[in-house]
Design a protein around this ligand. Sequence first.
Ligand code: AMP
Ligand code: MG
Length: 316
Amino acid sequence: MITSDIKIIRERLLEGDVIGLPTETVYGLAANVFNSSAVKRIFETKQRPTTNPLIVHVASISQARALVKKFPEKALLLAKEFWPGPMTLILPKNQTVSDLVTANHTRVAIRIPSHPLTLQLLNHLDFPLVAPSANPFNRISPTTAEHVESYFPSIYTLDGGPCQSGVESTILGFEEDEVVLLRHGAIPIEAIEGVVGRILNRTHSSQEGALPGQHKKHYSPNCELIVTYEPLFMLSAVKNKRVAIVWFQTIQIESIDVEVNKVLSPTGDLAEAAQHIFSVLHELDQMGIEMIIVERLPAHGLGLTVNDRLDRAAAK
Ligand code: AMP
Ligand code: MG
């Protein structure tokens, strides 16, 4: 059920329900962080393993401080620069945050989202919200209220329009004096380094589970997906399938024999491509396409984030 009435959503949350919520990254499935049965229902609804921790959404830096033992200096610098915004900080939790939320980890993931409706909602609640992305485990992340409804028809979802960033938050950890990139996201590395200097990149850590819940296969459509710098070359090997090609900037040859051609950003803008990627995948999946070939983006800025999501969507 889709609603634009924030009061209904607030009441549902006070009753201990799970609701759908717009953020600037993707839509979330939200509940009161302090209500364990509501938090459990999030895991059940998403069919998410309980070893995969949840991000806590707060209204202010002071509300974030109330959940942690320590707020490192560089974390505070980043929070002041990028919050509200698509940046999640992993900080040492205090006893107010349950082990269920953090999947038994001693640290908790926190951010202030920048969607106006969700900020308004958070400011009218006296508890933060856990809000993982509102998709069943491993499926494509939702970037409209309609996507959430198609996954979870019986849940109330607050309609906040299409998401502005369209990809999940950037996740950062802190080790002694170092800032560590743990997941590529809607804020590019370059912007973070502009504030705190060089950061460590652990997104490709070979240690299995360096960041809990970052599964090799994730964000997947029902059909087969291939990501490549050479879409036409890949196409030449495909026979008798309904194929779509998703181009970054321009369609290389108009006359090719595919069912659909999509362009992520005619002007070659990486942020625009990120904004559109999940909704294009949703659309093609719903059309019953059998194979999606996606052109890999240039490997810098938000191109790295989109390529990360595409590689996971393509994983078997
Ligand atoms: P999402 O489902 O998009 O909200 O992403 C949640 C992701 O944030 C998880 O899969 C983890 O990778 C990461 N995360 C959340 N909480 C923690 C935590 N306490 N420690 C480390 N990573 C976390
Ligand atoms: Mg997710």
